[in-house]
Design a protein around this ligand. Structure first.
Ligand code: LFR
Length: 449
């Protein structure tokens, strides 16, 4: 039987893509149709996403994709656009790395109480969680609706309003037990109920664009990536590795213990009612920022870094590395303050970040197991970072566990799988979808040394 095509729109912090996914009996292929950079714009002290530019590229990509059975959209989490009562966008969405939430986030936590907050929304503290951004937002008065980025693009395509559940689970405004909007959290930051659109689950219809159905997918990119983890059984940890490393396990129920809160583990909503119990590790962001500053290709640096011994292990999760700009300098400053040797070359700098990441990966995987009681015997690295051989090898060695790397296209594959199942082209549970990923995608195994 012929394979049917699905369009997956995937926006990441550094770039976006429109991909064509082909799904047929026992086979799955994804092809890149259109790729474009995502360059945030600083304007008078605020860092914005260029959302109209991104939408233009999404449209160009969809037109170039050819006939598809449906369209699915995912992106990074937490950020949003505000619409007025006529559905007009009120200003540009602000980037989660903007400093506007630095103070407000702590004030909101103090006001609600860290325990109460965690008990209700189950989220790790990140200064940019939507609840804090909305508390800091000065444009709320004329706003009628808040839409997360994929929901905003979906609205522009279809004219239909909705809040996809997996991404809504990153806002801090969802009740982690009932999986509905939490009235008490909403009220705690003074938001009217009408601001939050009705929830929709991955797989539900989300309108039409030029006669083509748009389907809600795991619109949080990490939720889609976890769908495509090629695991067999449930004794696995995953690292969805790109700008961030999202490190954790998949659980049927949230873990809301004091230990889990202290370790800053999050309980995000996954596809098919799963919980993504994970920690945000800084990821390849510091490398991306250094490379942006040095303006040299990464491949050569990685080859050189692979020949170096471990010298400095950067604490990549230090919040000083969160904002953009001056990354090499901030790394040097961190080393001096920590009494660690300052990297002397770009390759040494890259190596110190990757060694730091490998250690952070191990700690998060150990904690995930200890806090959840779920033991793992393999680590799946998916996403663009799974192409980074040095990072995979360092992670396997550090964890003392085999690392299975790939697919690098996990996010778009997860996006396509959920659409294809909703369309009736695929059937079964996450385990069945993962079996298809295992059969169809090239994977690479790193044994620990
Ligand atoms: C990864 C990701 C993370 C989220 C961060 C900010 O792309 O979606 O899961 O914590 O971006 O939105």
């Amino acid at each position: 039987p012929a394979m049917r095509a699905f369009a997956a729109v995937d926006l990441g912090a550094s770039g976006g893509r429109v991909m064509r996914g082909l799904v047929g009996a026992g086979d799955l292929r994804v092809q890149e149709v259109h790729r474009f950079p995502n360059r945030p714009v600083p304007v008078r002290g605020t860092l914005y996403w260029d959302i109209l530019g991104l939408y233009r590229e999404v449209l160009a990509g969809l037109r170039a994709t050819g006939p598809v059975a449906s369209i699915g959209i995912d992106s990074w989490a937490v950020d949003y656009g505000l619409l007025d009562a006529d559905g007009e966008l009120l200003g540009n969405p602000v980037h989660y790395r903007d400093a506007r939430t630095d103070k407000v986030s702590r004030e909101v936590v103090e006001r609600i109480g860290a325990e109460v907050l965690y008990e209700r929304n189950g989220l790790q503290f990140l200064p940019f969680n939507t609840i804090f951004q909305l508390a800091a937002d000065t444009r709320l008065a004329p706003a009628a609706t808040v839409l997360l980025i994929p929901d905003l693009l979906s609205y522009w395509l279809t004219g239909e309003l909705g809040a996809e559940y997996t991404n809504a689970s990153t806002t801090g405004l969802l009740d982690v037990r009932t999986r509905r909007w939490s009235a008490s959290l909403r009220q705690a930051v003074g938001l009217p109920a009408s601001l939050l659109p009705p929830l929709r689950a991955p797989g539900e219809p989300a309108g039409e664009w030029e006669g083509v159905p748009v389907t809600a997918v795991g619109s949080h990119d990490t939720a889609s990536a976890v769908v495509a983890v090629p695991a067999d059984g449930d004794a696995f940890a995953y690292i969805s590795c790109g700008t961030w490393s999202l490190v954790g396990v998949e659980l049927p129920e949230p873990v809301l213990t004091a230990g889990s809160r202290a370790a800053n583990f999050t309980n995000e909503g996954g596809v098919d009612g799963t919980i993504r119990f994970l920690r945000n590790v800084m990821g390849l962001w510091p490398v991306q920022e250094c490379v942006r500053e040095w303006d040299v290709p990464l491949d050569g640096l990685l080859a050189e870094a692979a020949r170096l011994p471990r010298r400095t292990v950067l604490d990549v999760d230090d919040p000083v590395f969160l904002p953009p700009g001056n990354m090499p300098e901030r790394i040097a400053r961190w080393c001096r303050a920590a009494g660690e040797p300052v990297p002397r070359t770009p390759a040494e700098t890259v190596r110190s970040i990757l060694d730091g990441l490998a250690v952070a990966h191990r700690k998060a995987i150990e904690q995930a197991q200890a806090l959840s009681g779920r033991a793992v015997d393999v680590v799946h690295m998916v996403g663009g970072g799974s192409r980074n051989e040095l990072l995979c090898r360092l992670t396997a060695d550090e964890c003392g566990l085999p690392v299975v790397a790939g697919p690098a296209e996990a996010t778009t594959i997860g996006n396509v799988l959920v659409q294809a199942r909703a369309a009736g082209d695929l059937h079964g549970s996450l385990a069945d979808l993962r079996a298809l990923v295992r059969r169809s995608q090239p994977l690479r195994r790193y044994e620990p040394r």
